[in-house]
Design a protein around this ligand. Structure first.
Ligand code: SF4
Ligand code: FES
Length: 257
């Protein structure tokens, strides 16, 4: 296969960026998308040119490090698939592809296709943890968890923090990511002590990081490689309202009688 790539090249966060055209030749259908870029980068390096910067780590779809836009779609055309697990058999010989980094104010470009997602780390630091001592691995039957709650917690825990949801959202909202982290803990007994403080702190942090608000468009769910459902945003919003009510000033609480 032969492909034409138009890749966003940007030396650093302060520099102006532009699309640069490359030809990817001798592409095997069995290559992953990142392996195809590795080959393009080998050629660039041999020519003494700067290779295209992109993030990756596990290349197994589990770490959340990789991700960029392919023809305007976060992680590319295959649903439920990270760009490291996207294979070239998903494309046709002669296709023209446009590769761009995640576009969001909270994710500044570091270089080319690499963005700084440390805003997600700070959202987690604001409350995405439990402080109860969980001791050693307990017997699976020691703390009973209703099956529907366990299933939703597991589904939410599948979020790998890749940021595709933010990149796809017209508001650059982090609601799907934050909702996943909140729902994961809120559904389990160990997450109860800090449940309402957690949602208030994490949502406030998303505001400080300049993520936008959710307006229920659903682009996030469509591109999420882990099929995180919009339902987690509803759980987050419900806990946020409950948490706000619990934290209301004493005077209002007394007045509300
Ligand atoms: S919710 Fe989905 S798209 Fe968003 S960070 Fe988690 S895994 Fe990625
Ligand atoms: S490199 Fe780990 S999910 Fe893609």
């Amino acid at each position: 296969m032969k492909l034409t790539l138009h890749v966003w090249r940007q030396r650093n966060a302060g520099a102006a960026g532009r699309m640069v055209r490359y030809e990817a030749r001798n592409v095997s259908a069995h290559m992953s998308f990142l392996e195809m870029l590795d080959v393009v980068n080998d050629e660039l390096t041999l020519k003494g040119e700067d290779p295209i910067a992109f993030d990756s780590d596990c290349r197994e779809g589990i770490c959340g490090t990789c991700g960029f836009m392919i023809n305007g779609v976060a992680h590319g055309p295959r649903r439920g698939t990270t760009v490291c697990q996207l294979h070239m058999r998903s494309f046709q010989d002669g296709e023209v592809l446009y590769l761009e980094p995640w576009r969001a104010r909270a994710f500044p470009v570091v270089k080319d296709l690499v963005v700084d997602r440390s805003a997600f780390d700070r959202v987690i630091q604001a409350g995405g943890f439990v402080s109860v001592s969980t001791g050693s691995a307990p017997d699976g039957n020691a703390i009973l968890v209703p099956k529907p709650a366990a299933d939703l917690a597991m589904d939410a825990a599948a979020c790998i923090g890749c940021g595709a949801c933010v990149a796809a959202c017209p508001n650059a909202s982090a609601a799907l990511f934050t909702g996943a982290k909140i729902t994961h803990l809120a559904k389990l007994p160990q997450g109860q002590p800090e449940r309402y403080a957690r949602v208030l702190e994490m949502v406030e942090q998303t505001r400080q990081e300049l993520f936008g608000s959710c307006t229920n468009i659903g682009e996030c769910e469509a591109v999420c490689p882990k099929h995180i459902p919009l339902e987690v945003i509803a759980h987050m919003n419900r806990d946020f309202i409950r948490g706000s009510w619990r934290r209301r000033p004493e005077s209002l609480a007394a007045g509300a009688g």
